[in-house]
Write a protein that binds this ligand. Structure first.
Ligand code: AMP
Length: 640
């Protein structure tokens, strides 16, 4: 059977993805430029011998300003539309749109001396052709079939136009899938055989448009052997997106610059186009930084020694964009009402939603995540890259159609244990395999090095004892801790796997109150075969793994003992009987020897003998402890 790829044919960017036994993945351009996104931008220009050359993607976008009338962007807004229907869009487009046969719109661009008129389908086909070529290069075989996503509100004409674009590009569009459905599929929603009826909200906030969809997942039954998503309601705003935030920041900076530097221009509109663009790019950069950091510094050199400088904090930024976020929430409320669903604060009696999926680059803004969470009363799903989630879901749908997912996992139990890395590369399991979902576990951890101000939390999946033998699911840092001695910080790590199989890991240091977290989809790319292989391997290695884990723990604990005892022995040697001090020294040397040898090769030491040496050192150090406690009491006494 030939391969089927999944394509997210977006207004601004497009992506192609593929799913096999290793799970869905976005296919990248080869070589240096390993970007996932193909800008949905096409330029026509005069080619050799009177022909026409087509430029697609990055190159077309980069030079759009240079060739405004022959560069076509946002063609998705014209797909399957008549000129009358598309009239609202025309003011935003830099190229000419004319009426074709049956009133359909066509794009008219100058190519050399002539004018070329093409249908939106033909322009989309150019983008699809670029994606097809990318997929063929990445997969090393011909690609002739695709699942293509469209907005949930696309009507029949728009869907048909999308199919036609595929055909023109030499791709059979085997299924058109709604973008929100694809996003839900990417998270594995609806893939379990026994799925209960569920409602999912998909909140999609991109650069220029906003859509929210409420979907109902109807489980398989006698009439329908597979589960399916039904769109209960959609709402949105075709002119709401991250671009608005860039504009808000541009306006803010411009107003301040004008007063501070005494500029003689009235509005942003009077600036030279290049300056305006530079200012917007700058504003977008500030916005992106504020998604990560608590504040961003702004410095613009306006020439002639004039400098505009200020810092903008998260709080000020959030104040600025609150009305913008609220506009999207109003649409969510409309969609919920239309779908007969309650808000998170649910007072109208109807059931709420069971999951919220985030799509689109602007959902990286922390305020967006928070407010969406508040509205729906749920922590939204953020585990997958919001730019890729639709393409990944299209690939999942493609793999189902290609019959690749027969070995897919059921999600009612956790197929493989979940845990975190501890000292020495060992794995502490928090949730063991075959636990029922939803599942929750917490455990306290601490540091092994003095003065650590950040702690790396590495989330792992698998049955083996060491990190290198498990699957890495993700890493995050708990930062900003005040320096404390090893063992003093109290880090509570919580694992929560919800009914859909999505894992949220949260870490909380109790003394400082610092928190951090991550969300992942642990079962992405896991097939039943793979789970069986991992289980079998863990049995084969069980004894060896346990010994290794024990040696690693011994190294960590013995190193702490050696440090403590060594320091105090040096300090109080004069107060100890020489024979006792010498005995302790010898025992310290012996344990140090074990640690060094075990660090070099864990197999080279006998774990029992190592443990015995450590125990003997501990027992022998009792007298030293007494002396050291007495000394600290004396110190307390003199202080009073
Ligand atoms: P999309 O249309 O989904 O590609 O989304 C593009 C929008 O997402 C643009 O307005 C970007 O500025 C915005 N965006 C991308 N990354 C971030 C980020 N880290 N923080 C805030 N906005 C972002």
């Amino acid at each position: 059977m030939s391969v089927i790829v999944g394509i997210d044919l977006g207004t601004t960017n497009s992506l192609v993805a593929f799913a096999d036994g290793a799970g869905p993945r976005v296919l990248l351009a080869g070589g240096e430029d390993a970007s996932a996104l193909v800008p949905s931008v096409v330029r026509y220009e005069a080619g050799e011998a009177g022909g026409v050359r087509t430029v697609v993607g990055d190159d077309a976008r980069e030079r759009a300003v240079e060739f405004p009338t022959s560069t076509i962007s946002s063609v998705k807004r014209l797909m399957g539309r008549s000129l009358a229907e598309a009239s609202g869009e025309l003011g935003y487009l830099s190229y000419a749109v004319v009426e074709g046969s049956h009133g359909q719109c066509r794009v008219s661009v100058p190519v050399g001396e002539r004018t070329r008129t093409v249908s939106p389908q033909e322009v989309s086909a150019e983008i699809l052709r670029a994606l097809k070529a990318r997929a063929e290069a990445a997969l090393g075989e011909a690609v002739e079939k695709a699942v293509v996503t469209v907005p949930a509100y696309f009507d029949d004409a728009q869907r048909q136009a999308t199919r036609d674009a595929g055909r023109l590009a030499g791709l059979e569009v085997v299924r058109i899938v709604n973008e929100p459905t694809a996003a839900a599929l990417a998270y594995g929603l609806g893939l379990a055989a026994d799925t209960r009826e569920r409602t999912v909200a998909v909140y999609d906030l991109g650069g220029g448009t906003f859509d929210v969809s409420i979907l109902r997942l109807t489980p398989a039954n006698a009439d329908n052997p597979t589960s399916f998503f039904e769109v209960l309601a959609t709402a949105g705003d075709t002119r709401l997106g991250g671009d608005d935030v860039d504009n808000l920041l541009v306006d803010l900076f411009f107003r301040e610059m004008r007063t501070q530097l005494g500029l003689q221009v009235e509005g942003v509109g009077e600036l030279a186009p290049a300056t305006r663009r530079a200012l917007r790019r700058f504003a977008e950069g500030v916005k992106h930084r504020l998604s990560e950091a608590e504040s961003a510094s702004v410095r613009i050199e306006a020439g002639e020694g004039m400098v505009y400088e200020r810092a903008i904090g998260r709080e000020e930024f959030e104040g600025l964009i609150t009305p913008w976020v609220e506009r999207s929430l109003d649409a969510c409320r409309r969609a919920l009402r239309d779908a007969g669903r309650a808000m998170g604060d649910g007072h109208d009696g109807a059931g709420g939603v069971d999951a919220v999926v985030l799509v689109g680059g602007s959902t990286r803004v922390p305020l967006v995540r928070r407010r969406v969470g508040d509205l729906f009363g749920l922590e939204p799903y953020t585990a997958l890259d919001p730019d890729r989630v639709v393409a990944l879901g299209a690939a999942v749908q493609a793999s189902i159609l290609a019959g690749e997912r027969k070995g897919a996992l059921l999600l009612d139990v956790i197929p493989l244990s979940l845990g975190i890395e501890t000292v020495g590369g060992a794995v502490a399991k928090l949730i063991v395999r075959n636990s029922q979902v939803p599942a929750r576990a917490t455990e306290m951890f601490s540091t092994s090095v003095d003065g650590q101000t950040s702690i790396k939390i590495h989330v792992l999946q698998g049955e083996r004892e060491m990190v290198e033998d498990c699957r890495s699911l993700g890493v995050f840092d708990l930062k900003g801790l005040p320096p404390m001695p090893a063992g003093v910080p109290q880090v509570e790590v919580e694992f929560l796997v919800d009914a859909n199989g999505v894992l949220s890991v949260r870490a909380h240091e109790r003394r400082s109150g610092k928190r951090a977290g991550i969300q992942v989809v642990p079962n992405h790319g896991l097939t039943r075969d793979e789970v069986e292989r991992i289980e079998a391997e863990s049995l084969t290695h069980a004894r060896e793994d346990m010994t290794r884990h024990r040696v690693v723990d011994l190294i960590a604990n013995a190193a702490l003992d050696v440090k403590w005892i060594g320091e105090r022995l040096a300090r109080f040697k004069s107060e100890l009987e020489p024979a006792y001090a010498a005995e302790l020294d010898a025992k310290l040397g012996e344990v140090r020897g074990y640690i060094d040898r075990a660090r070099a090769d864990w197999r080279s030491v006998d774990a029992n003998a190592f443990a015995k040496a450590k125990d003997e050192l501990d027992r022998a150090s009792v007298r030293l402890q007494e002396v050291s406690i007495a000394a600290s009491l004396r110190a307390e006494g003199t202080r009073d």
